[in-house]
Write a protein that binds this ligand. Structure first.
Ligand SMILES: [Zn+2]
Length: 234
């Protein structure tokens, strides 16, 4: 049966060539989403290898977290930013799950997150969800869950209101912009649990902090954070 599957994929590749999310070149049959050359050059942060890494420093003094890690650096003019654009705006959330799965494998291989009990994606406000049709962070969370074998919980942290795009705002404005955008319900089930909160990208950390603060008062809770992209602050 595998040979028929391979033939079907080859025919589909000829009829509808798939292209690399980073460089745009046509993918070979064995490649998925990103070509081999671009995969080899992903600008990984390797934050998981560093205690009190730059992402963890973003949250220091604001909330107690166990670990915070992001997979690769995200810069505006860097072609690797295409990965996040494809996940978020070009209707390819499966790329997010694929990237998260690969990243989670690396993390687990290094002994990280072996005690995670559940994953919560940063929620998308309903108005945005209707426009986009999906929450990219939920797809990324499911990629982590595939490897960590834990449930994804989408009904605990709720987006109360849509926040404006953060791109053109200064650091202080970004913090103000995310105040009170999330709330949490039925959070008692998180008592004594280690929760991984997942988002597509971290810039100032304001969005992740705002989400994490809604559950930080649960007794015995431990919170870790993970993203795919890590923006370099200007
Ligand atoms: Zn490529």
């Amino acid at each position: 049966m595998k040979i028929f599957k391979d033939i079907a994929h080859s025919v589909l590749d000829v009829l509808f060539p798939r292209s690399c999310s980073v460089c745009g070149k046509t993918l070979a049959a064995h490649e998925k989403h990103i070509c081999t050359a671009c995969t080899l050059n992903i600008p990984y942060t390797c934050f998981h290898e560093v205690n009190f890494n730059p992402m963890e420093q973003l949250f220091a003094g604001k909330i107690l977290i166990e670990r915070a890690v992001g997979c690769f650096y995200y810069e505006k003019d860097n072609p690797y930013s295409n990965i996040l654009h494809d996940i978020k705006y070009h209707n390819i959330p499966t790329l997010g799950r694929y990237m998260a799965r690969n990243y989670a494998q690396t993390l687990v291989g290094c002994g990280l997150f072996s005690d995670i009990d559940c994953i919560i994606p940063v929620p998308l406000h309903i108005s945005k969800w209707i426009r986009r049709g999906y929450n990219q962070s939920e797809h990324i969370a499911r990629g982590f869950a595939d490897i960590l074998n834990v449930p994804v919980m989408t009904d605990i942290i709720i987006a109360e209101k849509g926040h404006e795009t953060q791109t053109n705002k200064g650091i202080h404005e970004r913090w103000l912009n995310t105040q009170g955008i999330f709330s949490a319900q039925d959070k008692d089930c998180l008592k004594d649990k280690h929760v991984l909160i997942v988002d597509d990208v971290v810039t100032t950390g304001a969005t992740l902090l705002s989400a994490a603060l809604t559950i930080a008062d649960v007794p015995g809770i431990k919170i870790s954070l993970a993203t795919l992209g890590v923006a370099r602050l200007q």
